[in-house]
Design a protein around this ligand. Structure first.
Ligand code: SF4
Length: 366
């Protein structure tokens, strides 16, 4: 993402509704531009802004006293006027397959979840972009609770810092915005968060993926503010009839509109859109579905992740048999479509795809 793109989308902290404590300023809430302005207001040279940001984002400083590149008297006088917020780890659960689910408490008492998923060579962190979600996908526990509020950029990026601290000595290799919330419904803060994650925390942009349920008009805004990151589209049906039922967003952006946006999406060289396909027993898992999915995949440079549904209490959908999933995959593969089965991890701690809820109840059973 270049500086120009960033500067054109990010408004100053006060305009973006970031609460700056009446007495103390939260340094983590400040963008690079805000920080430059802030250090200048304090009469400090401009390079201090870069130093402070480096210590907060790259070195994970959670207290001004840890920024030892600043002299002790400077740290002390800064600490009188400012502080660095940190997500509070309200809970941390680890499943037998190594998946770790964090429940993070925000400064206002709301909670969000992030999930750390180890794979053979990768350590993927799935982060949230909103508290709850308004999109009400039928197979998703987050969607059942509705939207509480958007996350601020620093609250999104802070999930990475907090998980890195918790994951040490492992290094997180991939980030996916696939946790609670629809990232494109909070695009301004998500764009700023992506900038901080890639430029300040220094996660390679090619290893960052933004997942949408199909907000077609905003999809085309994403590459303007975050041109290097990957796009995943949660597809989950091959007809409007089924998709309307499973994902209410389809009533506003039906498959035709969504696929047109996918075709127009400006992909970088050798990149593909990932279609996520949560497989629901006797809903979207027929051979005809697989054949229609082949046609869809041929319209767009893409690969398909087949995710057998993770059942949870109170949900009407069931997981298909393993045999059905393999048959479905075979139809795709025989047609030359890249289709991987992604078995969700961490289901016994409700950390699998579609199982995040950030409710205390979600923690009481494990
Ligand atoms: S699947 Fe994603 S977009 Fe749909 S309700 Fe759940 S969190 Fe929201």
């Amino acid at each position: 993402m270049d500086d120009h793109a960033r500067q054109s989308t990010v408004r100053p902290a006060r305009q973006r509704g970031i609460i700056i404590d009446m007495e103390k300023t939260n340094l983590k809430a400040l963008s690079e531009e805000d920080m430059r302005e802030y250090v200048s207001e304090l009469g400090l040279p401009g390079y201090r802004a870069k130093q402070i940001l480096k210590w907060i984002y790259e070195k994970g400083a959670s207290n001004i006293s840890e920024i030892t590149e600043l002299s002790k008297p400077l740290r002390e006088s800064l600490a009188e006027k400012a502080y660095i917020s940190s997500l509070k780890v309200a809970d941390r659960r680890q499943s037998a397959d190594g998946t770790v689910k964090f429940l993070f408490e925000l400064e206002d008492g709301n909670c969000v979840e992030s999930v750390l998923i180890p794979d053979e060579k990768r350590l993927t962190l799935c982060i949230s972009s909103q508290v709850g979600c308004a999109m009400a996908c039928g197979f998703c526990l987050t969607g059942k609770g509705g939207l509480k509020r958007n996350l601020k950029a620093y609250e999104i990026a802070d999930q990475v810092i907090a998980a890195m601290r918790g994951a040490a000595p492992d290094r997180i290799t991939n980030i996916v915005l696939m946790g609670m919330g629809e990232p494109l419904n909070n695009l301004e803060e998500v764009a700023e968060a992506l900038w901080r994650i890639t430029r300040l925390i220094k996660v390679t942009a090619r290893r960052v993926t933004v997942s949408t349920c199909g907000v077609a008009d905003k999809m085309l805004e994403l590459p303007k503010v975050a041109p290097q990151v990957n796009l995943a589209v949660s597809l989950n049906a091959t007809t409007d009839e089924v998709r309307d039922r499973v994902m209410p967003v389809n009533r506003k952006y039906p498959l035709k509109v969504l696929l047109e946006a996918c075709r127009n999406y400006p992909l970088q060289k050798r990149r593909r859109i990932t279609f996520e396909y949560v497989m629901l027993d006797h809903v979207n898992d027929t051979t005809e579905d697989a054949q229609r999915l082949v046609k869809i995949a041929r319209q767009v440079p893409s690969k398909i992740n087949l995710i057998p549904f993770n059942e949870f209490e109170g949900c009407e959908y069931k997981s298909p048999s393993e045999e059905r999933v393999l048959e479905f995959q075979a139809v795709l593969q025989d047609a030359g479509v890249t289709a991987l089965i992604r078995k969700s991890k961490g289901s016994e701690i409700l950390a699998a795809c579609g199982q995040l809820s950030a409710r205390a109840g979600a923690y009481s059973s494990s």
